[in-house]
Each structure stands twice: as C-alpha cells, then as structure tokens.
Design a protein around this ligand. Structure first.
Ligand code: ARG
Length: 279
C-alpha cells in the first residue's frame, strides 16, 4: 500500500543515512552531527518520497481563506493537512483561480485540489474525486430588505451575480431571462449584491451564511430552501493513485475522531452522516 510503503522507505533511508554519518564521523561531536544530518535527511527524503501539491481558491470561508497572518486557513485546509499527516505525505498548497483548478489537474501541474468543490457528473468526466467529505447546497441571497424574491421562481429576468466556474453559476444559467454577472470569487459576487448592483447571488449556503454571520458582508439575507444538495470532494487527476491514498486517510480520520474534531472546530457541531459516494 502506498502509505505504508512511503513511510517504510523513509524510515529505512533515515536509518541508513544516520548510521553512515555515525560511521564516518567518530569523536566528541558525533551525536550532534548525526542528529543534524538526520533532520536534513528527513526533509529531503520526505520531499522525494511524498509531496502532494494541492490547489485551492482561498476566498471561500469557512472552507479556505487567508487569515489575518496571511496564512491559508479553514476547514478544507485543516482537513487536507490532516490527510497528509495520516497518509505520510507533505501537503503543499497552491492558490489558483477556481476556474483554473480543473485545467491544472488535467495538466498535472497539481496533484489534488481541495476547494469546496462539488462532486458533479460533469466534473467526473475530466477528474476523479475522493469520497464526499462535506454536505452542502446552493442558496439564494438577496438584500435584507428585499420582499420580492422568496425563491428560484422569483429570479426570472433578474440580475444575478455568481462566482465563475461554480455550480452556482450553472444553476443561474438555467433561470429564464436572468442577466448573469460572473466574479472571480464568492465574496466579490456577494459584495456586488450588497452594493445594490444585482438582485441576487447564488452561492454555496455555508459560505453565504458565514459571510453574513461573520459580518464580512452587510445587509444581506438568505431566502427560500436550499436549491440543491451537493457533496464536496477532493479532486485529483483521472486515475490518480492518490485517490485511494486520500480515501484511506479520510476513512481512518472518520473512524478515529480526527474528522469529527476538525468539523467541530469549524461548524461547532457533530458531523452529519455522509454517503460513501455522491451518486
Ligand atoms: N461548491 C461550488 C462548486 O464546486 C463552489 C466552490 C467554490 N470554491 C471556492 N474555493 N471558491 O462549484
């Protein structure tokens, strides 16, 4: 199994290099030198054995965002980091525009993507996904004083803002007569609504609700029922051998409480049951 093999290889390499250094040195500061060499070796070996380059579009709190220290933060970031720890892989995040993520996976410039990305039939034509790790869905947001829009049917011929390349954008495209403006990020679409330039935003409910609750965006409300039920997955290139590695790690974390702990941290409650596959 890939996980076990990489950890095993690393241990072997460490053992060998440490004893070589010990043999070569001798004398009073042997211990220091050996220790230093071991640490260096650990870093190098880990890079060559298992680095996972993971793309994300980090303007989607609480799943991924840049915190006040400028660091990547959020549920997805914690989850992916823990997956790396569980699988014995070093995760390196790379920020990309959301609509550039699938092309990057197809081109093989990244190994995986965690970005609040919904598992869809359409995306499954070009990439593989891990098992579902979050249940979400789309919601309609309007200005808080809007008494006209109560659901999808009221959006005909209206102006709607969405994030480019998202399931929200797909949903908006189906509304008869709607005038759609696309933005590079969900917060920009929500801001456009707050500024009164559009009538509604269609976006992932947890993200819109977080923007309202956190005060990041003022004067908006969510109306109606969720438009969809969606499951997020970690996307990987088609037939990537990492799919099994990531799924095994997720399974371990769902069983040993690590997943529940991360879920609690970000959502303040027990995680719901998730299906093993989205379809
Ligand atoms: N869940 C939606 C989709 O997959 C939106 C995801 C947007 N994610 C992001 N990090 N901006 O299309």
């Amino acid at each position: 199994m890939t996980i076990k093999r990489s950890v095993f290889l690393r241990n072997i390499t460490l053992g060998v290099s440490a004893s070589l250094v010990l043999a070569a040195c001798g004398g009073a500061d042997t211990a220091d030198t050996a220790e230093e060499a071991t640490t260096d070796e650990a870093a190098t070996t880990e890079e060559t054995v298992g680095v996972l380059k993971v793309a994300t579009e980090p303007a989607f709190p609480p799943f991924e965002f840049q915190n006040d220290d400028g660091e990547l933060d959020g549920f997805d970031i914690d989850l992916m980091t823990a997956i790396g720890e569980t699988a014995g892989l070093e995760v390196q995040f790379e920020s990309l525009p959301f609509d550039g993520i699938i092309p990057a996976l197809q081109a093989g410039t990244v190994d995986a993507a965690i970005s609040g990305m919904t598992i869809t039939e359409e995306r499954l034509q070009t990439v593989d996904f891990s098992r579902p790790y979050i249940k979400a869905g789309l919601a309609i947001a309007v200005q808080a004083d809007n008494a006209e829009v109560a659901g999808l049917d009221d959006l005909e011929d209206k102006k709607i803002a969405v994030q480019i390349g998202t399931t929200g954008a797909d949903q908006a495209a189906e509304i008869p007569g709607a005038e759609i403006s696309t933005f590079d990020s969900a917060p920009l679409a929500l801001q456009e609504l707050a500024n009164g330039n559009v009538d509604a935003v269609i976006n992932d409910a947890p993200v819109t609700l977080d923007a309202i609750a956190s005060g990041n965006i003022d004067g908006l409300k969510v109306v109606g029922e969720l438009l969809t039920t969606e499951f997020y997955g970690i996307a990987m290139p088609k037939d990537s051998e990492n799919v099994e590695v990531v799924n095994d790690a997720l399974m371990t974390m769902m069983e040993d409480g690590t997943y529940a702990e991360i879920y609690q941290k970000w959502f303040g409650e027990e995680p719901p049951e998730l299906p093993e596959s989205a379809f």
